[in-house]
Design a protein around this ligand. Structure first.
Ligand SMILES: [Zn+2]
Ligand SMILES: [Zn+2]
Length: 291
């Protein structure tokens, strides 16, 4: 449930000129306004599961996008039932979509492959079917060294472009190799969103070496039985998983409404995984790779 300090789950990843959203709890559109994420951005939404706190914000957001005259298509991915849900709300409320909406029911084996990144899904361990997602950027080309290119006698212009694209070039009878002036490929960012789940091996594997893991941390350690019963994780369980997966930074989220100040679970998690924070509404995290 929302509290006076805490809204329902949703994470927006701003990548280049695109917004990749994970979950859309009730009130997400208001949070989008506050965080100045536009309603006509190139966007994809990934829903973890069909519990209301993760999906009830979607109809309102679609309605607002229509009222604002969104023109770009929108892709929504989620488990079985997401199509029925959107279709039935649209049938009864008739929000008259003015933009192309495509709903994709996805499972753990299916991944979305885009030119610069992919989204992977695994089956989480919750009380109903639930997916955890990873955003994996593909390796980026190495850095081009213009000074070195000049020193090697390659003039600025189309030959630089060729070198940057990995091609060797011929200059005055000599070959200048791309690898002479372009550094090694740089790893892309890996970000994992795993909420409403017990700690499980599928998520652990998915999160291996992630730059950022946003994980269920519903309860503190004294509530372990409750976490088990409801298919959630305690702070220490999430931190242990993050440590085993060698995650660089852990963000605990889906904090139970019983904690007005979640100092206790934070302390418990940090004993195990030092780089841990508790998500707060509108928190912004700059995710970078280490190289
Ligand atoms: Zn749930
Ligand atoms: Zn939930």
């Amino acid at each position: 449930m929302p509290t006076k300090d805490r809204n329902l789950p949703s994470v927006a990843v701003r990548r280049e000129n695109e917004v990749i959203m994970f979950d859309c709890g009730e009130g997400t559109q208001k949070q989008m306004v506050l965080s100045r994420i536009g309603f006509n951005k190139k966007m994809k939404i990934f829903i973890t599961h069909m519990h209301g706190d993760h999906v009830l914000g979607l109809p309102g957001m679609l309605q607002s996008m229509s009222l604002l005259g969104r023109s770009k298509e929108l892709d929504v991915y989620g488990p079985q039932g997401i199509g029925d849900f959107v279709e039935s709300v649209n049938r009864t409320v008739q929000f008259q979509l003015v933009f192309p909406l495509r709903i994709h029911e996805v499972g753990p084996s299916k991944a979305l492959n885009e030119p610069y990144y992919e989204i992977k899904a695994v089956r989480a361990n919750h009380v109903i079917p639930c997916l955890s997602y990873a955003l994996l950027e593909k390796p980026k080309p190495g850095r081009f060294n213009p000074k070195k290119a000049q020193t090697l006698g390659v003039p600025k212009g189309p030959l630089w472009k060729k070198l940057q694209l990995g091609e060797d070039v011929k200059i005055g009878g000599r070959i200048v190799k791309s690898s002479d002036v372009v550094g090694p490929p740089r790893a892309g960012v890996k970000l994992v969103y795993a909420v409403d789940t017990r700690p499980c091996s599928a998520v652990r594997r998915l999160a291996s070496n992630a730059d950022l893991l946003i994980h269920d941390g519903s309860f503190d350690d004294s509530m372990r039985d409750k976490a088990k019963e409801y298919g959630h994780s305690t702070a220490s369980e999430a931190a242990n998983l993050a440590r085993q997966a060698k995650v660089k930074q852990l963000v605990l989220t889906h904090i139970s409404a019983m904690y007005s100040n979640p100092r206790v679970p934070l302390r418990q998690a940090r004993k195990i995984h030092r780089r841990t924070v508790i998500a707060s509404d509108l928190m912004v995290i700059d995710v970078k790779t280490s190289n």
